[in-house]
Design a binder for this molecule. Structure first.
Ligand code: SAM
Length: 215
């Protein structure tokens, strides 16, 4: 019996479905992606618990519910190009890779990007491109994106993400103080911008030119 598979299915039932995640494709991706592969050896027994975990360098792998919730907000159908800011462990990247056509992911910490790249490669994900650098500037050469997902907390909405969002695109980003943010969703349709604030959250800070200035 695959113990992790059982834990993963239980995670989906109790942490996601019971809390209102409805998108079947998101639930299926969460059933498939092995979170245990993205955490340190000593954390593997905790991989399917209902909270973030440390991944080194002062960073975290996000809570499964937050990964599913943010992914659901992107409304992916399968043909999108998505930009992720904050590769971290690569877990959210894998979920996006299951659901979008192409994923572009940026982290400012080289070793995290390299480790995530190695795990995702081993798991056979082929539609991901990695960049090391300041993600607050986005990825101009690859824009526009149908979805932008930011997995670190920003003080304000970086203008670069709005500029690099395609018409009809969706941006999901935690905005607020360094210790507490509100998950914010922006939908861009022509010149029309719809902004919705979803739920309170606590992400590590987004550090860079259009984010917080230092750790
Ligand atoms: N999505 C990740 C996962 O599933 O493991 C969790 C990401 S962790 C909460 C936040 C990440 O954002 C960290 O890896 C951190 O290095 C990164 N980060 C912070 N500021 C950044 C910036 N300006 N550009 C790119 N990455 C940044």
């Amino acid at each position: 019996m695959n113990n992790y598979k059982d834990k993963r299915n239980s995670m989906v039932e109790t942490q996601l479905i019971l809390r209102g995640i409805k998108d079947e494709s998101v639930l299926n991706a969460m059933r498939v992606v092995p979170r245990d592969k993205f955490v340190k050896t000593k954390e593997k027994n905790h991989a399917y618990e209902d909270h973030p975990l440390p991944i080194g360098h002062g960073q975290t792998i996000s809570q499964p519910y937050m990964v599913a919730y943010m992914t659901e907000l992107l409304e992916l159908k399968g043909d999108e190009r998505v930009l992720e800011i904050g590769t971290g462990s690569g877990y959210q990247t894998a979920v996006l890779s299951e659901l979008a056509k192409e994923v572009y992911t940026i982290d400012r910490i080289k070793i995290l990007s390299e480790e995530a790249n190695a795990v995702l490669d081993e798991l056979g994900y082929k539609n991901i491109r990695f960049l090391v650098g300041d993600g607050t500037k986005g990825w101009q050469e690859q824009a526009p994106f149908d979805g932008v997902i930011v997995t670190a907390g920003a003080p304000d909405l970086p203008v670069s993400f709005m500029e690099q969002l395609a018409d009809g695109g969706i941006l999901v980003i935690p905005v607020g103080r360094s210790s507490y943010q509100v998950l914010t969703v922006i939908k861009k349709t022509g010149n029309n911008i719809i902004r919705k604030e979803c739920l309170g959250c606590m992400f590590v800070p987004l550090i860079g030119e259009y984010g917080w200035k230092k750790d």
